[in-house]
Write a protein that binds this ligand. Structure first.
Ligand code: ADP
Length: 487
């Protein structure tokens, strides 16, 4: 048997390790849940030592499954983005809790920086917005509030989750890949370097930050598994999923429908500029050359189905939504605007709240559930319009994530977007992307293009809805949305 690729996928709610062959076949997967700490409303922390311990356990299980470290050609890492870790260079131990991407403790800080007029310069440099989501304000907060970090001086190391894992895997290497660095709001996405003005603005000590490197290459070795294994691939989770979905050419687009929905369109070698509040980000960096992407995030996707199931008790289980949606011929006039935690791209209305509209006595449970699923296509349609207006029109949408197991939803996306929708048979695209990068980094493939066959077969959903029906739906959605935006 040829050598395998080991992927560590350090996600928000769990950490996993997976084994892949060069043809994309998955030989095993091990998963451990991660404790979520909520010290106060709006605050979300992880124990960095737990992230490391669970990742190591999963990786050890996969090395054993492979038959030993010499059976593994390379390690690839993908991770929850923006979450920030603080540790000691000397001891390698975490010095403080990791502040998770969802944490809103810096909302006030971001608001005051915005009011002081800093957003435009930050947007120009990083492609992002002044929002607590990104790492920079979290570092500023930690430096101001956790004295042990200031006291650490030159011993302090700060990095996103892949940097932390690499430090522990290699016993001291301090690097980050360009995709993860592009989510910190500290990196100039054109030069690929930390930006001194932003380091100053957020009071981030430059000596604590990692070196920014490519997404594939021979970065270092880990000797924790019996024999040395090179670490050869790295990317943040959404970029990794885009690679796993073979979004290799400009215009290629993937949408992941999990708890929220994340859409990335590869835009090529030039940094894109959005005029519709989409984020500009790095798709990957190889051989020092950067490929760019536009990104749009929808806050509420699968969590709407969870809410219908757990709080409204309209569903016994998530997959039941498919049969219910099929049991009625239309939404009966009901529309859901799922702004349960504000509206993300392209509206960016954090204080908007959700609504179910168009109700009558004829509205039943199935109509509401159908309206919830329809909201996914409606939100994606508005993103598609924003992407097209920014010069990144979609020709096909490559979908993944837990929700797209729902065939009705996949067909509705094709119908409402009037686009072909592709769903790969193997849906773990995030881990697959990291495996592809590791394969490129260790020389198993000479380019990302050569790694694309790892993606395997796809199921295609072709649009087949009558234009009048599409228009009727979009009109109903627009009315419901406008009512929310006006309130
Ligand atoms: P995450 O990675 O964000 O944890 P997943 O990709 O595992 O999320 O997707 C889980 C989400 O998908 C849940 O919110 C669940 O409600 C939703 N979901 C799962 N299966 C279905 C289905 N068949 N139809 C609609 N929604 C589903």
């Amino acid at each position: 048997m040829d050598q395998l690729l080991l992927v560590i996928d350090a996600g928000t709610t769990s950490t996993r390790a997976m084994l892949f062959a060069a043809d994309g076949a998955c030989f095993g997967s091990e998963q451990r849940d991660l404790t979520q700490h909520y010290p106060a409303p709006g605050l979300v922390e992880h124990d960095a030592e737990e992230i490391w311990a669970r990742s190591l356990e999963c990786a050890e299980a996969m090395v054993a499954k492979a038959g030993g470290a010499d059976r593994i050609a390379a390690v690839g890492i993908t991770n929850q983005r923006e979450t920030i870790v603080f540790w000691s260079r000397r001891t390698g131990r975490a010095l403080a809790p990791a502040i998770v991407w969802q944490d809103r403790r810096t909302a006030e800080l971001c608001r005051s920086l915005k009011e002081a007029g800093h957003e435009e310069a930050l947007r120009q440099c990083t492609g992002l917005l002044l929002d607590p989501y990104f790492s920079a304000s979290k570092i500023a907060w930690a430096m101001a509030n956790w004295p042990e970090l200031r006291d650490a001086g030159d011993d302090l190391r700060v990095g996103t989750v892949e940097s932390w894992l690499i430090h522990r895997l290699t016993g001291g290497l301090h690097i980050t890949d360009a995709t993860n660095a592009s989510r910190t709001a500290l990196m100039d996405i054109v030069t690929g370097r930390w930006d001194d003005a932003l380091l100053g603005l957020f009071d981030v000590p430059r000596t604590a930050l990692p070196e920014i490197v490519d997404c594939a290459g021979r970065f270092g070795e880990t000797s924790l598994f019996g024999a040395p294994i090179p670490i050869c691939g790295m990317a943040g989770d959404q970029q990794s999923a885009a690679i796993g979905q073979a979004c290799i050419a400009p215009g290629d687009t993937k949408a992941t429908y999990g708890t929220g929905a994340f859409v990335l369109t590869h835009t090529g070698a030039e940094r894109p500029v959005s005029h519709h509040r989409l984020l500009s980000t790095i798709a990957w960096q190889l051989g020092g050359a950067r490929a760019y992407a536009l990104e749009g995030s929808v806050f509420v996707a699968g969590s709407l189905i969870q809410w219908l199931r757990d709080d409204l008790k309209l569903l016994g289980f998530a997959a039941e939504s498919e049969a219910l949606a099929r049991s009625v011929s239309d939404n009966g006039g009901a529309y859901i605007v799922p702004a349960l935690s504000g509206l993300g791209a392209p509206y960016w209305e954090p204080s908007a709240r959700g609504a179910i509209s168009g109700l009558s006595f004829a509205t039943g449970r199935a109509h509401i559930v159908r309206a919830a699923l329809e909201a996914m296509a409606h939100q994606t349609h508005d993103l598609m319009t924003a992407f097209a207006s920014d010069g990144a029109a979609w020709e096909c949408l490559k979908v993944d994530g837990g929700m797209v197991a729902n065939d009705w939803l996949a067909q509705d996306l094709a119908d409402m977007l009037n686009l072909a929708v592709e769903r790969p048979a193997f849906v773990e695209t995030t881990a697959l992307g990291a495996a592809m990068l590791a394969g490129v980094g260790c020389g198993m493939f000479s380019s990302l293009e050569e790694a694309v066959p790892m993606r395997g077969n796809v199921v295609l959903f072709e649009p087949r809805m009558a234009e009048a029906e599409r228009k009727r739906r979009l009109h109903g959605w627009r009315r419901a949305l406008d009512a929310i935006l006006a309130s």
